[in-house]
Design a protein around this ligand. Structure first.
Ligand SMILES: C[S@@+](CC[C@H](N)C(=O)[O-])C[C@H]1O[C@@H](n2cnc3c(N)ncnc32)[C@H](O)[C@@H]1O
Length: 165
């Protein structure tokens, strides 16, 4: 769908611990740039630690620095609601499971659009239907049932359900 093999410049905002990168790196051409960002440096550190472990497990001889350089990958801290420093715009933008978590989802989408080249393809996912997300609701529901949590949270991860379609 995103035709990453045809991309020139990919931006992934809110990459978390870079779970997606081992998949996307195999879909893109080595010369295609890939900028993966997350809000905090501690998340970027966690992503780098995970990637290092992945490379070791896969028997890759390159260090993480060599591997990222060879594959034109940059991982850095950046707020997806604010312009991200880059010498070029992007023709693919990935925002996986972040819009329902960020302070201002509309601001993030406007900001991402401002960094998009004409014709840019977006891959955006959010948590959708509460009823189908037991993993996310089980603990809060159990706490509510035991009286450990009162009232609804100020904003749930499902607040965008039905608003983007
Ligand atoms: C549910 S995790 C998803 C992580 C990753 N995309 C994945 O699918 O594994 C949400 C991520 O969004 C990040 N995040 C939240 N607000 C952000 C913002 N304004 N800019 C960048 N990242 C943000 C969090 O730090 C967290 O890593």
């Amino acid at each position: 769908m995103l035709d990453l093999n045809k991309a020139k410049h990919i931006l992934e905002v809110a990459c978390g611990t870079c779970r997606l990168l081992p998949l996307t790196v195999n879909l893109k051409a080595p010369e295609t740039t890939y900028l993966a960002t997350d809000l905090t440096q501690s998340m970027v550190d966690a992503a780098q630690k995970r990637l290092k472990a992945n490379l070791e497990k896969a028997g890759v001889k390159d260090s993480l620095e060599e591997w990222t350089k060879k594959n034109n990958i940059t991982i850095k801290a950046a707020n997806g609601e604010e312009p991200i420093e880059s010498p070029h715009k992007f023709d693919r933008i990935i925002a996986n499971l972040v819009l329902m978590a960020t302070e201002d989802p509309l601001k993030m989408m406007r900001n991402l659009s401002s960094m998009a080249e004409e014709g840019c393809l977006f891959g955006v996912t959010i948590w959708g239907n509460k009823e189908l997300s037991n993993f996310m609701t089980l603990i809060p529901e159990a706490m509510k049932a035991k009286g450990l949590m009162q009232g609804p949270p100020p904003r749930t991860p499902f607040h965008l359900y039905g608003k983007l379609g």
